[in-house]
Design a protein around this ligand. Structure first.
Ligand code: NAP
Ligand code: MG
Length: 488
């Protein structure tokens, strides 16, 4: 049964009140599988709304930081329960708003619940060390203090998990939050914020302001009362946000793109490797920052691997992610569809061989949405655009290597370094891959796109600002260390 109501209007959440934007304007969030469907209308906010939200968050932080970690954690447990109760409804909103299949959306929402519970428990864990002082009569230790108001800027590809994995640690460590979600998925975010409201967070602790990234996102990065900015999204935007934050001495954290490789060694389990390449590369229509995009295969097993891959890809069902039996939904928006198609065109022009797919899908089931075929290129060389730039679509680029050394060299020949996988039975190959691969996540005999909430997550090279999110690593960004020396 659907719990979904189309065409509703969603408000900003500022200082504990649901409010329309000062501009009086709204914009439509549409369903990429059926663009005639308006999922909801969101507020087109400007600096007036943002300033009010930051002022509310600043005021609320004074009392929030004084609560015990346990008390803050208890409220996160309540938010988790509220999100769990509304799991189907929020997952459906996500599928309608950005296109990933309903089972994937449910999995992501359940992940959001688990992340909230993980950080709720964090309220009772230790935060510092006792360090021996050279003065035998003194006590020296470290503790951690919140930053203050944290600005959270999120993309559309994980509309629940990313906001939660930023907001939950920010809150439990005593910060207050102003979130500016991707406009593409702002309705899903509004429902998530309703869960925090239902949990009973004090007014001003969590604030939602929707609107154009260039106004609200940039405004958060520049706001003098925002002490930390955590961003996930594209490299271009991330760098601008980092510069704005650095310019005024605020702390910032950027998680950005990837060009993630999988290496298939001569001794790989080809069935497993093909399955994981498809899952890692094409689930969520390739729109994960950890999605597999380059497939580097040992020459000796290239043909049998390719055959397995093509056979499996031929079985992929594309369509509206709310329909049962659909494996891959549409691109999340028209812009994304155009970008993917232009990369496909570039691949062909630069001499790669199109093995499968590559077309904008036509026909009654597809004409009202942004559907694209799963796509595979071969004879891709390292200099080609499709081997270098993040596509963020269901496109795999096959390359050949003569040895593990050459494969790792090819894998490292990228500006990005987020995640990477190898498929091999040899312990030696595993160990050299783990050691030599420049990526924040390296995975052996598993797809590139797996992330566990209790482990650090983040990239090397251009993929991040070199900080880490999730797990206990989150404490590094969301707090400052205070070193205390006490002499009685
Ligand atoms: P995006 O265009 O950079 O948008 C991300 C967020 O920034 C959105 O909330 C957006 O708001 C806002 N924004 C846009 N322009 C801005 C500006 N000038 N100043 C401040 N904020 C601005 O990225 P996206 O298209 O949503 O997401 C896709 C990208 O995210 C990909 O590159 C992907 O690799 C990356 N990503 C990385 C990770 C990771 O953890 N490494 C995870 C997921 C996605 P509007 O929606 O209103 O434009
Ligand atoms: Mg949409």
């Amino acid at each position: 049964m659907s719990h979904f109501t189309a065409n509703a209007t969603y408000l900003n959440y500022i200082n504990g009140q649901w409010k329309a934007a000062a501009s009086g304007e709204t914009e439509a969030s549409i369903n990429p599988a059926r663009k005639s469907e308006v999922v909801g209308y969101i507020q087109k906010s400007d600096a007036r709304d943002l300033n009010e939200a930051v002022a509310g968050a600043k005021q609320a932080q004074k009392a929030w930081r004084k609560l015990s970690g346990q008390a803050r954690g208890d409220l996160l447990f309540k938010a988790a329960a509220a999100l769990e109760r509304r799991l189907d409804e929020i997952a459906e909103t996500m599928t309608r708003e950005m296109g990933k299949t309903f089972p994937e959306a449910k999995g992501e929402t359940a992940r959001g619940v688990a992340i909230l519970r993980y950080y709720a428990g964090e309220g009772l864990r230790s935060v510092g060390d006792v360090i021996p002082s050279t003065d035998s009569e003194a006590l020296m230790f470290t503790t951690r203090v919140p930053l203050g108001v944290v600005g959270v800027i999120t993309p559309w590809n994980f509309p629940v998990a990313i906001p939660v994995w930023k907001m939950a640690p920010a809150l439990v460590y005593g910060n207050t939050v102003v979130i500016k979600p991707a406009s593409e998925t702002a309705v899903t975010c509004a429902k998530l914020i309703e869960c925090f409201e239902e949990a009973g967070l004090p007014a001003g602790v969590v604030n939602l302001v929707t609107g154009p990234g260039s106004v609200i996102g940039q405004g958060l990065a520049e706001h003098p009362d925002v002490q930390g900015i955590t961003f996930t999204g594209s490299n271009g935007v991330g760098k601008r946000i980092g510069q704005a934050a650095l310019g005024r001495g605020a702390k910032y954290q950027l998680e950005m793109g990837g060009k993630n490789p999988v290496i298939v060694a001569a001794d790989a389990d080809l069935e497993l490797a093909a399955e994981a390449t498809i899952s890692g590369g094409l689930r969520s229509t390739g729109q994960k920052c950890t999605a597999t995009s380059r497939v580097i295969v040992h020459r000796d097993v290239y043909e049998p691997f390719k055959q397995k891959l093509l056979q499996k890809i031929g079985g992929i069902t594309v369509g509206d992610g709310m329909q049962e039996g659909i494996w891959m939904g549409p691109c999340a928006n028209e812009n994304q569809l155009r970008t993917v198609l232009s990369y496909t065109q570039k691949g062909i022009e630069e001499g790669a061989k199109l093995l499968f797919g590559g077309r904008h899908m036509q026909g009654a089931a597809f004409d009202d949405g942004f559907f694209i075929e799963p796509t595979v290129f071969e004879e891709v060389t390292p200099g080609m655009t499709i081997a270098r730039e993040e596509i963020f679509g269901p496109v795999l680029a096959l390359m050949k290597a003569d040895s593990m050394e050459e494969a790792v060299e090819l894998a490292n020949d990228a500006e990005f370094g987020l995640s990477a996988s190898v498929f091999t039975a040899s312990i030696g190959s595993m160990l050299s891959f783990i050691q030599d691969m420049d990526a924040g996540l390296v995975r052996v005999n598993a797809e590139s796109a797996g992330v566990e909430l209790q482990a650090p997550f983040g990239g090397m090279k251009q993929s991040s600002s070199h900080s880490r999110e999730q797990g206990r690593a989150a404490i590094e960004f969301f707090t400052s260390v205070k070193t205390v020396f006490v002499k009685g």
